[in-house]
Write a protein that binds this ligand. Structure first.
Ligand code: CTP
Length: 227
């Protein structure tokens, strides 16, 4: 990686996580990682150093200023992120992290039986919320809220409970704005309750909007600190 002095660093989480049940099975979701990778490209084009902590996806991205850290589970994603928390200026939590993981990972393949079975799940670490607890002045964090109902209320709750600076809301009800599409329709909400609604755009254009909004908040924070 080419790192120049004072080059700002952004950490981005992307893609799904996989929570293992046994050596051959896992629980996951439909996240393609396209949004997170597009955000990484947007920051690279703005000369940021980018740390991309990525769940399993079918996208490859290379750039001299990019470090990709491939992970599977939420615990692995958190461990990879923690290392960079003290040194980043902007964190964008775009990953679809599994909220729960199996209480136990079986060491051998689970065999079929004649009976029903239920799987005990325990809560996963909330990576964005953990960063929210240790965030220093001058560091900003952006999270996503993909909602099916009570969209604005749920997004605001995430903004405050995870101590985010911006929350990017997208609704499953908007056509072309869900998993796997090349388009997205977002509203960016800040801590002053300012709602900025964007039309349906390509994920590349949406990523530019998110990066621009994040950089604006980051600069504003630094300016406030210098006053
Ligand atoms: N997030 C995270 N770690 C988790 C869960 C979520 O970092 N364990 C981040 C996501 O990357 C996203 C934001 O928190 O930026 C909101 O994620 P989401 O799944 O929408 O919300 P949850 O807090 O998991 O709440 P719920 O699933 O109940 O809507």
């Amino acid at each position: 990686m080419n790192t120049t002095i004072n080059q700002p660093t952004v950490l981005i989480t992307a893609g799904p996580t996989r929570e293992a049940i046994d050596p051959v099975r896992f629980i996951s979701n439909h996240s393609s990682g396209k949004m997170g990778y597009a955000i990484a490209s947007a920051f690279l084009s703005k000369s940021f150093r980018v740390i991309l902590v990525s769940g399993p996806v079918n996208i490859s991205l290379t750039h001299p200023n990019l470090t990709v850290i491939p992970v599977n589970s939420a615990d692995e994603m958190y461990a990879a992120c923690q290392k960079y928390f003290p040194s980043l200026q902007i964190a964008v939590f775009a990953a679809a992290v599994a909220d729960y993981k199996p209480a136990q990972i079986l060491s051998q393949k689970m065999k079929k039986s004649a009976h029903e079975f239920s799987l005990q799940m325990v809560k996963n670490v909330d990576i964005a919320a953990e960063f929210g607890k240790v965030k220093m002045p001058g560091q900003v964090s952006i999270g996503f809220a993909l909602e099916t109902n009570d969209e604005e209320q749920n997004a605001l709750k995430k903004l405050y409970t995870k101590n985010l600076d911006l929350v990017v809301l997208n609704s499953v009800q908007d056509e072309g704005a869900t998993f796997g599409h090349d388009t997205n329709k977002i509203t960016i909400i800040n801590r002053d309750f300012l709602f900025q609604a964007f039309p349906l755009k390509s994920k590349v254009e949406v990523a530019e909007d998110i990066a621009a909004a994040a950089i604006k908040v980051s600069r504003k924070q630094v300016e406030t600190m210098l006053l």
